[in-house]
Write a protein that binds this ligand. Structure first.
Ligand SMILES: Nc1ncnc2c1ncn2[C@@H]1O[C@H](COP(=O)(O)OP(=O)(O)OP(=O)(O)O)[C@@H](O)[C@H]1O
Length: 505
């Protein structure tokens, strides 16, 4: 009986994610330490300068400064209440604006084909509606800022109007009547200093509330992050993130072992050879028992009670009408979606020696041609070792893309274009296959990966994959695909499905 093996994922975005987390944590610690120091010091300075102020101005000084701040804070609160709602709306509009902007940049060509700029419902209309400039909430924000910044800011002002007012009041009431001009001026400067610092203490306290809300935000985000990570680790207790450096590549077919006869590639069996880890022998990749699948936030089942075993050499073709859940099933196999019921066992690793997915929309990074082919690997062969070059060139040729090397002026030439812009849909699919051949997984999960190619090219690519020892799980519509598969799973809609074995001729 097969046992559940550790699901190892290459985690391609892990580096960037880790960097973001450490930046968040660093910001959080900085804010926390600054807030803690202010919080500890503030009460002492406040008491000290209140006392000093009382000493030099009597009760009038501290009382008027306290009154001024209490009144100011109350007014601030009254003004801020309605403005918060406006600020929220402002934030939302800015978010929409950025999203629409990105949408237009990414989909410039399709948008132009649809003449979006002339249509009211197009993304440009949305962009106009959501632009933040000139929106009434902006003027409210200025009011808010004004109200917030209008509070006493003694630390930043060279003179101290409150101190002067208090001293004026004291002088008017004849408190300083018996002082000589020299004594009076030294007292005035002392009073000014004390009042200034007392006001400053209040300003710092009020500033602290802003820092506190920042810290609350960061704490919330870090808390969410922790919860998500905990959730993930609970979900896959046995899972193990496998660094790409751990991917065993010894099992790759030596390109010199590949021979092509009339377009047919043959390669000696390359599994189980020396260097290939034997620790987790299995011939089954996925085991599904009475699995139900629904789209997120939908109660309507896409697939009901599906039991299925996908084993080595038993390629599966998934067919069915639009929207019946073909890609959703692959998402479940890829661990992106959870099944709503039943058990899904992923019994093989993700990566070159396990299972590799070619999604419906090809994925490319910024980078050289070599980087596209070897993705998600990037550090296994950092140098242009001649053996690897030979393999890449060979697989590009088998995918029908040998001319691409000339276009890019070599495997390692930095290109200043976006791969999505310069390659045709068919070329993108061929390049994805070159990657598949290079990585040589045991199981290749292909989601309409040949939809932009002719039947002949599709057959050729599948044949190469087959010769490289891959077992396919394909989503496709052409009957010609059946010859590369042993089973057909037809999704009939409303959760119904049919599983049939293909008769070999
Ligand atoms: N992220 C999502 N959130 C909500 N519903 C979704 C989501 N992704 C897909 N769906 C819905 O789930 C249903 C199945 O989608 P799926 O992509 O699996 O269809 P499919 O059979 O692969 O279709 P096609 O042949 O067009 O690729 C569709 O009705 C789709 O609208």
């Amino acid at each position: 009986m097969s046992r559940v093996m550790a699901v190892r994922r290459p985690a391609p975005g892990a580096g960037a994610r880790d960097q973001r987390i450490s930046q968040d944590v660093e910001r959080f610690c900085r804010q926390l330490s600054s807030m803690a120091s202010k919080l500890i010091i503030s009460p002492f300075t406040l008491i000290y300068y209140t006392y000093q102020c009382f000493q030099s101005t009597g009760w009038l000084g501290p009382v008027s400064i306290f009154g001024y701040f209490i009144l100011g804070t109350m007014m601030n609160k009254m003004l801020m209440g309605p403005i918060v709602a406006k600020l929220m709306q402002q934030e939302k509009l800015e978010g929409d604006f950025r999203f629409k902007h990105m949408q237009i940049r990414v989909n410039a060509e399709p948008a132009a084909f649809f003449r979006s700029m002339r249509r009211h419902g197009g993304p440009l209309a949305g962009l106009r509606l959501s632009r933040p400039h000139g929106h009434p909430s902006l003027s409210h924000q200025s009011w808010a800022r004004g109200a917030h910044e209008d509070r006493p800011q003694a630390a930043e002002t060279p003179s101290d109007p409150e101190g002067a007012d208090i001293q004026g009041a004291l002088a008017v009431h004849g408190v300083y009547g018996d002082l000589s001009p020299t004594e009076l001026s030294s007292l005035v400067s002392k009073n000014a200093f004390v009042c200034l610092y007392l006001t400053n203490c209040f300003t710092r306290l009020i500033d602290l509330s802003t820092t506190l809300s920042d810290v609350a935000g960061y704490t919330h985000r870090i808390g969410e992050l922790q919860e998500t990570l905990l959730d993930m680790s609970l979900k896959s207790k046995d899972d193990e993130i496998l660094d790409e450096s751990e991917w065993n590549l010894d099992r790759f077919c030596d390109v010199s072992d590949l021979s092509v006869h009339q377009g047919i590639v043959s390669c000696p069996p390359c599994f189980g050879g020396p260097g290939w880890p034997e620790a987790e022998p299995t011939d089954t990749a996925f085991l599904l028992e009475r699995v139900c699948i629904s789209a997120p936030s939908s109660n309507k089942p896409l697939i009901k009670d599906l039991s299925l075993k996908i084993s080595e050499g038993q390629s599966l073709l998934i067919t069915g009408n639009t929207g019946t859940g073909k890609t959703s099933l692959l998402r479940v196999l890829g661990g992106l979606w959870a099944s709503t019921r039943g058990s899904v066992q992923i019994l093989t690793d993700f990566g070159p020696h396990g299972v590799l997915f070619l999604p419906q929309k090809p994925f490319f990074t910024d980078g050289t041609l070599r980087e596209q082919v070897i993705y998600p690997l990037k550090e296994i062969y950092p140098d242009s070792g001649s053996t690897d070059d030979e393999r890449i060139m060979r697989f590009l040729e088998l995918a029908g893309l040998s001319t691409l090397v000339a276009r890019t002026e070599g495997l390692d030439q930095q290109v200043d274009w976006n791969w999505y812009d310069v390659l045709s849909p068919g070329e993108m699919q061929r390049l994805s296959f070159a990657r598949l051949f290079y990585l040589q997984p045991k199981y290749a999960v292909l989601d309409e990966a040949t939809s932009a190619l002719t039947e002949e090219v599709e057959s050729e690519l599948y044949r190469v994959g087959q010769q490289l020892g891959m077992t396919f799980v394909s989503v496709g519509h052409r009957r010609s695909l059946e010859k590369f598969h042993s089973l057909v799973l037809k999704l009939c809609g409303e959760g119904r499905w049919e599983l049939t074995r293909i008769k070999m001729e």
